[in-house]
Design a protein around this ligand. Structure first.
Ligand SMILES: [Zn+2]
Length: 214
């Protein structure tokens, strides 16, 4: 039976929160899920939430955070926007979960073959989609290894994945630059922050060592 760890979460460290996510993703890729009593969880979380981790991840239908980490009601605070962009409202949501809900870890999660990242690679603009693309384009400017302009587009899968990783790093940098609340909590080691890429082929989330601050 699933044991809701609500009462233990005050003592949880950011590293422990990351371990829980890694274990949950391991269950997912092995096609195994902890049994969950949703009716019981409804009652436990009815008046209070205390998520242990906060996510800024893509809206892609193939990358739902709760499923790929085998989590349940009340476990993760999930902000989802195409391209996992750190818009001001996304950052405000992460501030809320970190400072007022006790979440111990901020995870910025991109995924392979991301349509928003591909659109940014091709400088696609239509309606409000351009507002999303504008927050991804700095990562394209940061990418210096692909020098042939014809190769710097969504048709080049390697280029897309390079931008994907750079974009996760850039969104983390944006969060820390925009939010004194989150930057101060990371500095004080009250919370951690990490980036990751979800692989649509394998279901595995590869956490990016160079982004880890715990
Ligand atoms: Zn995406």
């Amino acid at each position: 039976m699933y044991k809701h760890p609500l009462l233990d979460r005050d003592k949880m460290t950011p590293a422990e929160a990351l371990d829980i996510l890694i274990e949950g993703n391991h269950r997912f890729i092995n096609n195994y899920s902890v049994e969950k009593d949703f009716q019981s969880l409804l009652r436990i979380t009815r008046d209070k939430q205390h998520p242990f981790a906060s996510f800024l991840s893509c809206s892609d239908s193939r990358a739902p955070v709760e499923l790929v980490f085998d989590q349940a009601l009340g476990d993760v605070f999930s902000v989802r926007l195409a391209g996992n962009i750190a818009s001001d409202k996304a950052v405000g949501s992460l501030e809320f979960s970190s400072k007022y809900l006790g979440s111990k870890l901020v995870v910025v999660m991109g995924h392979s073959s991301c349509g928003a990242v591909k659109a940014a690679c091709d400088d696609f603009k239509d309606g409000h989609i351009g507002e999303i693309i504008n927050l991804i384009k700095p990562s394209i400017r940061h990418e210096k290894t692909v020098t042939n302009p014809e190769q710097r587009c969504s048709k080049n899968a390697d280029f897309v994945e390079k931008i994907n990783a750079l974009n996760v790093q850039y969104q983390i940098d944006s969060i820390l630059r925009m939010s004194d609340i989150i930057a101060d909590m990371v500095e004080a080691r009250q919370i951690g922050i990490v980036g990751g890429i979800y692989d649509l082929n394998t279901g595995k989330v590869n956490f990016l060592e160079n982004t880890l601050r715990i």
